[in-house]
Design a protein around this ligand. Sequence first.
Ligand code: GAL
Length: 422
Amino acid sequence: MALPDKPWLGFDPCAARRCRQVDLVTLMYNRHFNPLLIFVCIILPLISSNRCFALDNGLAQTPPMGWNSWNKFGCNVDEKLIKEIADALVSAGMKDAGYHYLVIDDCWQIDRDANGNIIPDPKRFPSGMRALADYVHSKGLKFGLYSDAGTLTCQKRPGSRGYEFQDARQYAAWGVDYFKYDWCSTTTQNASASYSIMRDALLKAGRPIVFSICEWGSSKPWLWAKDVGNLWRTTSDIQDCWDCKRDWGGMGFVHILDLQAGLESYAGPGHWNDPDMLEVGNVGMTENEYRAHFSLWCILAAPLMAGNDIRSMMPAIANILINKEVIAVDQDAGGLQGRRVKHDGDLDYWMKQLADGSRAVALLNRGATEQKMSINWPDIGYPEHLSANVRDLWAKKGLGKMTGSFSSVVPSHSAVMIRIEP
Ligand code: GAL
């Protein structure tokens, strides 16, 4: 293994850990003998081996995309459903559009055996998880599971507390590629410490597994989770509604959206803010509202985990979830999360800068009547006199060259989404 470049810079204990794997004999006899390197590669690892906090699994370089069972099916999961969803992800064109991770949420597990091994519900998953993962993989998809950092999951199934390494080994043996880790029954546990244990367990298990942190934003994971997980929930659970609020904390699309403003600097390749899974197609919102929800999630560079019954998806819903130009905004290689650039009563303007310098803009009308909305180039970091091509990403058509601003009449509870290319 190559020596890290200037490992002493920033006194990075993780560089020290990587360095420790270098053949020390080679180091000792290196012509460029450097006492500082000796310190970093020998002394520092001895004193800091527990302080290496880095996920470094190379996954989720763009926001993960897939499907998760929770929003539509709750505890009603079994292997027949999962196989049918795998088939539908392929036949509906979702796989081709990038939805690769098929994740079973809570309720697949039922108990532990005498040796502490986690047991999948034998009635619902009679063929076992390895066989199911093999089926999912045979479709060219990836397979995901769920557990909880406490003693019990949110639906009172066995959690992973105290079994982290054993569970991670089991998941790797089953062929798990994505792992969502919840936060129920954790009493006084410390979030960053608990998630770091599972991060280390997954790394030790030796299989590349996307690590999805789900502690609902309670301890501001954007401040600590970059080196722990590939994504972290920023709020409590999304509800299939425009702006409802539940007494236990669940909330509709616009409330979740508001909580994302200001978090943009924490996201980037390999580590994403997660405003929760998609509700598109679950019938609680109108088609325009779902289009707005999807537009804004793409501006936010959010993980795109569909949560509807894609076996019976209406064409209008498929046209939202599979709009490749909108998905391209989410998946842009620049990895910049968009931000709110203007907020004027019911009118919200969000912008995401893309790798090629162009901008994606969502004009969101949260009000009860249609409104004319305008965005000026200086609002999105362009000079006033710049002439740029504007493309409507939902209409899928070029609107021609514009200078200085763009205006559109936006219906109630809707978003217009454009891409501006100088
Ligand atoms: C919640 C989580 C949901 C879902 C549910 C399962 O805590 O936020 O996304 O996983 O638990 O019980």
